[in-house]
Design a protein around this ligand. Structure first.
Ligand code: GTP
Ligand code: MG
Length: 364
């Protein structure tokens, strides 16, 4: 899974990136600090993995990972070349989800490019620039499709019709995800173009330390403004959390978090939120060589889950041996689960559940 961070300059995007990732991005109090994109790989925090590790004692543990891309800030007119322009948006075209950072903290020392704290205005500025980028994509594609449509190509005519709906919607200030197209049109013509405003979005309200738990009036406005969007709103004291991430000692980090009223880092909440936004879940493999978490879409069948490990596993799938996470932990080992008759053997139709500990049988 991949997620891309967008927002105005100087709102805390790179600071968020640094909270999430071990790769360090430069963050500083001036707009357009980031020019070249930062790309980092983030381990998905999952306490079940540590539990399995303690039971299995494997040689190594491999958490699931998410790739995060942090790009240059956008300003009004970016599509026309204002600021650093919008060419960096190409770097987030291939992501699965968008993290939209909104500045919700007051601090006169931190420059705001539009002079005041107003996350609703900021969100609109960014939405418009993202929509204009998508409009560029539509226009480019339309140019090609139109020619083919004129020659009487039926498929091209269908595509042209779908693209024209998008063009009209985008020009009216709608995001692609809010424009009505049929399911077939979406699958055939919309999805392959990887529109930025078609991706699921999570709004990250960057608040001051004191608002980390309950948010503040700016966050309330954001919640109100997006209540009809199918989006998550996450409250995160990005600056503070970045400081906490800097601490080497786990105990020390926990103490700091408790000081601001949190039980776990916001980054854990954020990644869990992204999972649910994208309808993803986790299953485990637990061998003595490796205990590992794997990411699959909710509703995946056993062969599809196996395919995440290797396509051969999917093609040659015979059956899966499945232990629920609860049973694994409850009985304490695979052998004890088997003894108790709690290990299930499942076939091709089995829908994998979150937390299943799986072992695949296959031939190649
Ligand atoms: N007080 C406070 N300052 C913050 C917070 N988050 C970020 N900052 C500061 O704001 C400044 C800008 O942060 P960056 O993370 O570099 O911002 P950015 O969005 O990546 O900016 P560009 O790369 O220029 O687009 C830095 O000086 C940060 O330390 C916060 O939650 N509170
Ligand atoms: Mg930056």
């Amino acid at each position: 899974m991949k997620a891309g961070i967008v927002g105005l300059p100087n709102v805390g995007k790179s600071t968020l990136f640094n909270c999430l990732s071990n790769a360090k991005a430069q963050s500083a109090n001036f707009p357009f600090c980031t020019i070249e994109p930062n790309i980092g790989v983030v381990n998905v925090p999952d306490s079940r993995l540590q539990k399995l590790e303690s039971l299995v004692n494997p040689e190594r543990v491999q958490p699931a990972t998410v790739e995060i891309v942090d790009i240059a800030g956008l300003v009004k007119g970016a599509s026309k070349g204002e600021g650093l322009g919008n060419q960096f948006l190409g770097n987030i075209r291939e992501t699965d989800a968008i993290l939209h950072v909104l500045r919700c903290f007051e601090n006169e020392n931190i420059v705001h490019v539009d002079g005041s704290i107003d996350p609703i205005r900021d969100k609109e500025t960014i939405d418009i620039e993202l929509q204009l980028k998508d409009l560029e994509t539509v226009d480019k594609k339309l140019e090609k499709v139109k020619r083919a449509a004129k020659t009487g190509n039926k498929e091209a005519q269908k595509e042209e019709a779908a693209l024209l709906k998008l063009k009209e919607g985008l020009e009216a200030g709608k995001s692609v995800r809010a424009i009505e197209v049929s399911e077939d049109e979406h699958k055939e013509f919309v999805k392959p173009l990887q529109f930025i405003t078609d991706k699921p979005v999570m709004y990250v309200c960057n608040v001051d330390e004191g608002s980390a738990v309950d948010g503040n009036k700016h966050v309330d406005r954001v919640r109100e403004a997006v209540k009809d969007e199918n989006a998550e709103v996450l409250v995160l004291a990005v600056g503070t959390e970045a400081d906490i991430t800097e601490l080497d000692d786990f105990e020390e980090r926990q103490m700091f978090l408790q000081d601001i009223g949190l039980e776990e880092p916001g980054s854990a909440k954020l990644i869990r939120g992204a999972y649910s936004l994208l309808n993803l879940q986790t299953y485990f493999t637990a061998g003595v060589k490796e205990v590992r978490a794997w990411t699959i879409p909710v509703g995946s069948t056993a062969p599809q889950a196996a395919g995440v490990i290797h396509t051969d596993f999917e093609k040659g799938f015979i059956r899966a041996e499945v232990i629920s996470y609860e049973d694994f932990v409850g009985f304490g080992s695979e052998a004890k689960v088997k003894e108790a008759g709690k290990m299930k053997v499942e076939g091709k139709e089995y829908i994998v559940k979150d937390g299943d500990v799986m072992h695949f049988r296959f031939n190649v």
